[in-house]
Design a protein around this ligand. Structure first.
Ligand code: ADP
Ligand code: ZN
Length: 737
């Protein structure tokens, strides 16, 4: 039927957003339009209606004739999802053991999920000069919908379409015609996306030999090939992406670029737009539903040539795919952490293979999985070993704080260096991944510590706002005057960014300091405003959390001070040291991009730790080799494969009853290569008033794990305790809690 011959099938198989691992059979809807896989239909479902996607057809069904219902309406004339995308989604549903209908729902923009029409290039409108002088508030009294349309027209001066009107009441069509007749709106049929004809791309630097070799290798492939573009921060990876995208543009093909949420900054979008000389379609969570749908549709019809998006953009349909890119491919945020828990990086690789196009995974600190894929010749490594021009890599030094006293968490040696760099007219970045004033509030008398009542966690002191906050559930309460047990005074213990800010201001009173963390950047535009003070050179001291580590360059920073490296050294997660190394290098990478080389100082209690030694003296590659060897010995990924069954409930017993039953159900199914670890409480057992437990499954081979998971997943639903706990299965988990 996908040939569009129009023959009417007896049964259509529809993927619907419902928690079941199968499609649903319906009789086809009444329509003269040929039925094809990938079209949406509206169907009755229980007492409600749902929108689903036709996945296939059949002659027979096991549904008894009386129960077999007919689809109510066909919503698309052409398939919304092409065959390659349908295959990817079906494969993902299978691999992640998640219901296909829910997988498809995650791939579709909200408006399409609800059944709205796809934007149409033939139906675009724009406000006229006469339209600008219309008084909308007066119009609203006579014709509410007309006024609402004029509001939309004002907000989208370049033009708008169905997608911007979809959220108005259903009758917008009737109200549109009088506006056009009045001459307030005009029709602008043409393209969904602005054409690039009149723009001139800004010239970029000429590529160095390594960059050119990378571009040629990528451009020289026929069909699918995966590349790991391994280059330190500032080595010119983005220039390689841009050059490859230009090659694709010249050939009339589209490029899809995925970046972590935090990396999709206005600066990055601007750089792509200016250098490519075209309007880039951007897809991220902050968009309105209408804008998201427009970008999606423009990618699907091919008018948008370059698509830049976060995680879920991996599912964007492409009319003429040429190249896929995943920047910061090691970043954990590329993995969806709830609902349909997919890895956007891994799906991008799978998608590229289906589309038979090259994919480039870029990072300064590649994930161990990717290094393993290079070792196994599945990916080709392309190296950018140097920063271009005069800019030199930073030097690293470990500061042993086990033997020197610290003041407010800073050793005298670190303070001295900060002072030195400031005196030499440098900028200093102080990194502490802990917001608030202090992580602990403790009674000086009895040692009692303020804890969250809903989580196994300590309350963090936020002194300027005057409250204690739990960073896990968001609970807040006033800072108590005295200990409620013994009445003694309470002391904040340890440092957060707020406390460090206070101290650094006292210590370096003549310097302008700017703090960037979630607390100081809640207001819209605040992060840009603060970053601008760094860029302009007004702020000399820059203090912040993880928010600083991605997407922003600080060319005049000459010293990066990492206040506490030890958070990651002995974490419960086997990936803790990998993450620590990545964080250190990502923070370090912000520094010294101009002519002045940067210096990185790392405070630690364990300067002899082999991983810290390898990282700071030999670099990430050597560190990764050491750590990878450990993983091979111990069987952890990438030397093994994981699935994590999580369960939670307000009733602790219900959690473990379910996990115990799941464990027993696994017993006869698990082959000799499938290891079960647990059931065990999650590292933070209680969170938001719910108890959490887990059962970890590990296998030496991916196939072995998948063969086990299929039948096991089928049994989990039917377990007696399955309804008393909320549970989920996470394949290739990146966080073990
Ligand atoms: P990355 O993406 O690896 O962090 P970028 O591509 O952003 O690196 O490059 C870092 C800086 O170096 C940018 O300002 C860029 O314009 C500049 N740059 C990149 N390649 C070259 C080159 N071949 N010659 C001169 N400058 C370059
Ligand atoms: Zn809490």
């Amino acid at each position: 039927m996908s040939d569009g011959s129009g023959a009417r099938p007896a049964i259509i198989q529809v993927a619907l957003p419902a928690p079941l691992m199968r499609t649903f059979d319906y009789r086809p809807p009444e329509t003269h339009v040929p039925l094809q896989a990938g079209q949406r239909v509206r169907v009755p479902f229980g007492r409600t209606r749902k929108v689903g996607v036709i996945m296939g057809t059949a002659d027979h069904t096991s549904v008894p004739p009386k129960k077999l219902r007919a689809a109510e309406a066909l919503l698309d004339e052409q398939p919304l999802l092409d065959q390659s995308l349908r295959e990817l989604l079906a494969w993902a549903a299978h691999y992640y053991h998640y219901p296909l209908g829910e997988v498809i729902a995650a791939a579709l923009p909200a408006q399409l999920r609800k059944g709205s029409e796809l934007p149409c290039a033939a139906e675009r409108w724009r406000i006229t000069a006469a339209g600008h002088s219309v008084e909308i508030s007066a119009l609203a009294k006579r014709a509410r919908v007309q006024a609402a349309i004029m509001d939309v027209a004002h907000a989208h001066r370049q033009g708008f379409g169905r997608e911007q009107l979809a959220d108005l009441s259903g009758s917008w069509r009737k109200s549109l015609s009088p506006l056009i007749e009045q001459g307030w709106l005009e029709s602008i049929p043409g393209s969904l996306w602005p054409s690039s004809a009149e723009n001139h791309p800004l010239p970029g630097p000429s590529l160095n030999t390594h960059q050119r070799a990378a571009v040629e290798a990528i451009h020289g492939t026929k069909g699918y090939a995966a590349f790991l573009l391994d280059g330190v921060t500032g080595s010119g990876k983005t220039e390689v992406y841009l050059a490859c995208i230009k090659e694709q543009l010249a050939a009339g093909r589209q490029s899809l670029v995925l970046v972590p949420e935090i990396g999709l900054t206005p600066q990055l979008v601007m750089r792509f737009r200016e250098r490519l000389g075209l309007e880039v379609a951007v897809l991220h969570s902050g968009l309105s539903d209408g804008d998201r749908l427009l970008a999606w549709a423009a990618a699907a019809d091919g008018s948008a040539q370059v698509i830049l998006g976060t995680r879920s953009a991996v599912f964007t349909p492409l009319a003429r795919p040429g190249l896929l890119i995943v920047d910061e491919e090691h970043d954990p945020s590329l993995k969806q952490q709830d609902g349909f828990r997919y890895s956007a990086r891994d799906l991008a690789v799978s998608r590229a293979a289906r589309l038979r196009v090259p994919i480039v995974l870029g990072s300064a600190t590649p994930a161990f999985e990717s290094l393993d894929n290079v070792a196994g010749s599945r990916y080709t490594r392309l190296e950018l070993p140097h920063r271009p021009g005069a800019s030199k890599p930073p030097s690293f030094r470990l500061l042993d704080i086990s033997r020197q006293p610290t003041r407010e968490g800073l050793s005298p040696a670190l303070e001295e260096s900060i002072g030195q760099h400031l005196a030499d007219d440098g900028q200093v970045l102080v990194y502490l991944n802990r917001r608030g004033y202090a992580p602990v509030l403790m009674c000086a008398g009895c040692g009692e510590v303020a804890e969250c009542t809903r989580c196994d966690a300590r309350m963090v002191v936020h002194r300027s706002q005057g409250y204690l906050a739990c960073h896990h559930c968001g609970a807040q309460r006033a800072i108590p005057e005295n200990c409620e047990h013994c009445g003694d005074v309470l002391r904040p213990i340890g440092q957060g960014t707020e406390r460090l800010e206070t101290y650094l201001r006292e210590r370096f009173p003549e310097q302008t300091l700017v703090r960037i963390d979630r607390d100081t950047t809640r207001r819209r535009g605040e992060i840009e405003r603060r970053l601008e003070t760094v860029r302009s050179g007004e702020a000399r001291l820059l203090l912040g959390t993880q928010m600083l580590t991605k997407g922003h360059d600080f060319p005049n920073v000459t010293l990066v001070a990492i206040v506490d490296a030890d958070q990651g050294l002995f974490g419960t997660d086997f990936r803790a040291s990998e993450r620590l190394a990545q964080t250190i290098l990502q923070v370090a990478g912000r520094a010294g991009r101009a002519e002045r080389p940067g210096e990185v100082l790392i405070q630690t209690l364990y300067p002899q730790h082999p991983l810290l030694q390898a990282l700071t003296t030999e670099g990430y590659a050597a560190f990764a080799q050491t750590a990878l060897a450990e993983r091979r010995d111990s069987g952890w990924p990438p030397a093994g494969y994981l699935a994590l069954l999580r369960a939670e409930s307000t009733d602790r017993e219900a959690v473990f009853r379910f996990l115990q039953q799941a464990n027993e159900a696994a017993e006869p199914l698990a082959g000799p290569g499938v290891l079960r670890l647990g059931p065990a409480p999650a590292p933070m057992e209680k969170r938001q008033g719910r108890y959490r437990g887990q059962l970890l499954i590990r296998a030496g081979k991916r196939g072995e794990l998948q063969n086990f998971l299929g039948p096991w997943r089928g049994l989990l639903e039917g377990l007696p305790a399955a309804r008393q706990a909320r549970w989920s299965l996470d394949i290739d988990p990146v966080e073990l809690f």
